[in-house]
Design a protein around this ligand. Structure first.
Ligand code: 87F
Length: 480
């Protein structure tokens, strides 16, 4: 058991548990390059599901996918030096082709604003060329110096980056929020992870943006995780890259832009939020395998009838669009298969044994609660569909309860520090709006303002740090 199953309890050593689950479930493997990982079939399938859902949504709202080169000339990055300064240490460079030094070194894209916007400047001439709404799915390289962690922080990762250009500020503003809404939908309705949404503070926003909107989730160890961002870039990049159009008024204007992204980091969040001591728990809507059929057969007894029933059921489930696997391997016992599919997080296990066969029924085991029920063979599809829906809803409800449980409202700095030390999680507190208090809290406690919520609440007290008049309630947390 110890070499195949999870040996560390989630509550005992969360970080070790996470690594074990990710590796042993077959999601990922360390690569022979420091800070890099291999996304195996079991996690890539989740990424494909995210791609499928998001592509469908953004295409319906008029976005189109493109692909830009992964090499970005140094001069492009230097053009926006102001926005870029803080990121420079993380950029990886290509300096030679073969053994010939390049005339100009090339960055491996850490994000594609510069190359895409240099191109926008050529594409855009008149108001008729607007809006431009494009997206690309690609890999990104950031030479992390902090400790890396599968999915959450690796030197190369996969993401989508959307880039749009509009004639008006209002249009860009709407785009930022529309995308944020799509992100929230994927996170909550598919990954079953509740998120808080709001705006980053000036010191936490993307330096190239007018403002940055964000989605933040809470992990079981009390640390927040940024799940995605959607930026209103205003006219900042239009100025740097000279992206102008002739308006209907026949005058020259600079475009208004947005950029937004989600990455394979979401898969890490899914593991952390839903997994348990036995391994992964996949929310049904993104599960590569939604139902696994394990025939309960024994050596030296005839299993023909059981296997025939199992096959029949598999075909029926597949025809209804339920991703089903029939685990008819003969070299493993049913018990071994149970463990393996629990580790891999298949939401529903279907057992068909001699007794089930006799009674013309199936036994259903749900991955989240471990409850077992039976259903008549004739009702199998319906029962499984219902179970998948229940599991999806239950996982979300559990995560939502955990989020609420890990959110504390505090009135003063002592409680702030106490709560952060003993409990972690989100701390909702009144803030005066000054960068000075934000910075002091970060220095004292390691917690940052994760977001200023869209849903404004009246401050319950004066600023949690300086005691002066507060302007709003914000969410603090330590974060990944
Ligand atoms: C690291 C190295 C170089 C973040 C970096 O959030 C540049 C950057 O520009 C950098 N890390 N960023 C900000 C990315 C902004 C924006 N890009 C499109 C996103 C979402 C997708």
């Amino acid at each position: 058991m110890s070499d195949t199953g999870v040996t560390v309890k989630k509550s005992a050593d969360f970080s070790e548990w996470y690594t074990e689950v990710v590796l042993k479930s077959g999601m990922a493997e360390y690569a022979p390059i420091k800070g890099c990982m291999i996304l195996r079939e079991h996690s890539y399938a989740v990424w494909e599901k995210i791609q499928e859902v998001f592509n469908q949504k953004i295409k319906a709202s008029g976005h189109r996918n493109v692909y830009f080169p992964m090499f970005i000339p140094e001069s492009f990055l230097k053009k926006e030096a102001e926005h870029f300064e803080g990121f420079v240490p993380e950029v990886a460079w290509v300096t030679e082709g073969g053994s010939t030094p390049l005339e100009e070194k090339l960055a491996i894209r850490p994000t594609s604003e510069t190359i895409i916007y240099a191109t926008f400047a050529k594409w855009i001439r008149s108001w008729r060329d607007l809006p431009i709404k494009i997206n690309q799915w690609c890999n990104i390289v950031r030479w992390e110096t902090k400790a890396t962690k599968p999915f959450l922080r690796t030197r190369e990762f996969l993401w989508q980056e959307g880039h749009t250009a509009h004639a008006t500020c209002e249009e860009a503003e709407k785009e930022v929020l529309d995308i944020l809404g799509e992100y929230k939908n994927i996170m909550e309705s598919y990954l079953a992870i509740p998120v808080l949404v709001g705006v980053k503070t000036e010191s936490e926003k993307f330096a190239g943006a007018l403002y940055t909107t964000t989605l933040e989730a809470m992990m079981p160890d009390g640390k927040a995780l940024q799940m995605g961002t959607s930026h209103n870039l205003g006219q900042n990049f239009a100025k740097v890259f000279d992206i102008t159009f002739i308006g209907e008024d026949e005058k020259a204007h600079q475009v208004w832009q947005t950029s937004w992204g989600i990455s394979t980091r979401l898969i890490g969040a899914l593991v952390m939020v839903h997994g348990d001591d036995r391994g992964l728990i996949m929310p049904p809507k993104v599960a590569p395998v939604q139902a696994v059929i394990v025939p309960i057969t024994y050596k030296d007894t005839d299993s023909t009838a059981i296997l025939a029933k199992a096959k029949e059921l598999m075909e029926e489930l597949k025809a209804k669009g339920i991703a089903t696997v029939l685990d008819d391997r003969t070299e493993y016992t049913p018990g071994w298969k149970f463990n393996e599919w629990e580790l891999k997080g298949a939401p529903v296990r279907i057992e068909i044994g001699p007794r089930d066969l006799k009674q013309n029924q199936i036994t259903l085991a749900r991955r989240d609660t471990h409850q077992k029920t039976t259903a008549k063979m004739g009702d199998a599809v319906q029962a499984i569909e219902k179970l998948l829906e229940e599991i999806q809803n239950n996982l979300y409800a559990q995560a939502k309860t955990a989020l609420e449980e890990k959110t504390t409202i505090v009135q003063n700095y002592d409680d702030f520090k106490e709560t952060l030390k003993n409990k972690g999680g989100f701390i909702k507190a009144a803030w005066c709006g000054s960068a000075r208090c934000e910075e002091k809290i970060k220095e004292d406690t390691g917690a940052t303002i994760r977001l200023r919520p869209f849903e404004k609440e009246k401050p319950v007290a004066n600023c949690v740090c300086c005691g002066e008049k507060a302007v709003e309630m914000v969410y603090f947390a330590r974060s990944y």
